[in-house]
Design a protein around this ligand. Structure first.
Ligand SMILES: NC(=O)c1ccc[n+]([C@@H]2O[C@H](COP(=O)([O-])OP(=O)(O)OC[C@H]3O[C@@H](n4cnc5c(N)ncnc54)[C@H](O)[C@@H]3O)[C@@H](O)[C@H]2O)c1
Length: 301
């Protein structure tokens, strides 16, 4: 008996890295998996379905059920195709893990238009487009009177929560994914669908240059950079037992899981009419009383 017996899951970008481990874990808990991956380079160029096929082969060799989907989830047609594949091949959809991503890190003054457009497209539209078609499916199911339960897991990043120099495109997309998670949670709750997000840290090809030696496996002890650690949290969030966890964003790293709070005021001034610029110069010390008015230092990394 697995925790996810009888459920059907789509995982985007599941040919390697974190998505691969999520696919293997959910399959190990009994879910049928559509393994989506275009097989692009880390920067988004090219395509090769062999990584997705390797994941499907690993799942089926272990007795599970899975199929490859090589569509680009950042297109409307590709996103529809992956949702249709789950529904038509396996009779429904229970879980959507939006995970696919690319990286084109550059300082703002070096970034060109395609670096901006492609990263925003793959992450932000690549999260929204499959979500749209899954939401249509779950809403129709619910309106037809069938009991409905859905799970969406989005993949944000600490770069989106705190802002990271050199990642204007990526951080903007990941911040958009975080706020979109709250919107979707509010919209889909009435149909029995929860929407949560993770901001992971793990050793993959995407982070090998960023984290370098710090993320290397050390000895035989617990490997806190192993992407398998991330998959465990996903495994929990998609269970029936997590039906009351909704609109949450989790930073996860090794054995550390942080439930993150949203924006809240850190300083304030009030009165019953508008402030002029000159008055705000004079009120600045009150607005920032006890706090630094420079760039926020939120990261606990
Ligand atoms: N590794 C980390 O520490 C870390 C940190 C924060 C966020 N993330 C996020 O986690 C997710 C997974 O990243 P990873 O580290 O496993 O990277 P990865 O490069 O190993 O995996 C990403 C996968 O997405 C696929 N992909 C890219 N564009 C696609 C598209 N248009 N359609 C379908 N598939 C596509 C790629 O082919 C690749 O297999 C990404 O969203 C990433 O931004 C990772």
């Amino acid at each position: 008996m697995g925790l996810l017996d009888g459920k059907v899951a789509i995982i985007t970008g599941a040919g390697r890295g974190i998505g691969r481990e999520e696919a293997l874990l959910l399959a190990g808990e009994g879910a049928t998996i559509v393994v989506n991956d275009v097989g692009a380079a880390v920067t988004g160029e090219g395509g090769d379905v062999s990584p997705a096929q390797e994941v499907v082969d690993t799942i089926t060799a272990a007795g599970g059920t899975a199929s490859v989907n090589g569509d680009d989830i950042s297109t409307w047609a590709g996103a529809k195709s992956v949702v249709d594949q789950a529904v038509e091949s396996y009779g429904g959809l229970d879980i959507l893990v939006n995970n696919a991503g690319i990286l084109r890190d550059k300082m703002s003054f070096n970034m060109d238009e395609s670096d901006w457009d492609d990263v925003i497209r793959v992450h932000l539209k690549g999260h929204f487009a499959p979500t749209h078609f899954a939401a249509v499916y779950w809403r129709n199911k619910s309106k037809s009177g069938e009991p409905t339960s859905g799970r969406i897991i989005n993949t944000s990043s600490e770069a989106g929560l705190y802002g990271n120099a050199g990642q204007a495109n990526y951080s903007a997309a990941k911040a958009g994914i975080a706020s979109m998670t709250w919107v979707l949670a509010r919209e889909l709750e009435r149909y029995g669908v929860t929407v949560n997000a993770i901001a992971p840290r793990a050793r993959t090809r995407m982070t090998e240059n960023l984290f370098g030696e710090m993320a290397s496996k050390k000895g035989d002890g617990f490997d806190e950079w192993d992407p398998k650690n991330i998959a465990q949290l996903i495994g929990f969030l998609v269970t029936d037992e997590a039906a009351d966890v909704n609109g949450q964003i989790f930073v996860i790293f090794g054995g550390n899981i942080y439930a993150m709070g949203g924006f809240h005021p850190i300083g304030e001034v009030h009165r019953d009419h508008a402030w002029s610029p000159q008055e705000l110069i004079e009120a600045k010390a009150d607005l920032f009383k006890g706090i630094d008015s420079g760039i926020p230092k939120f990261s606990f990394f």
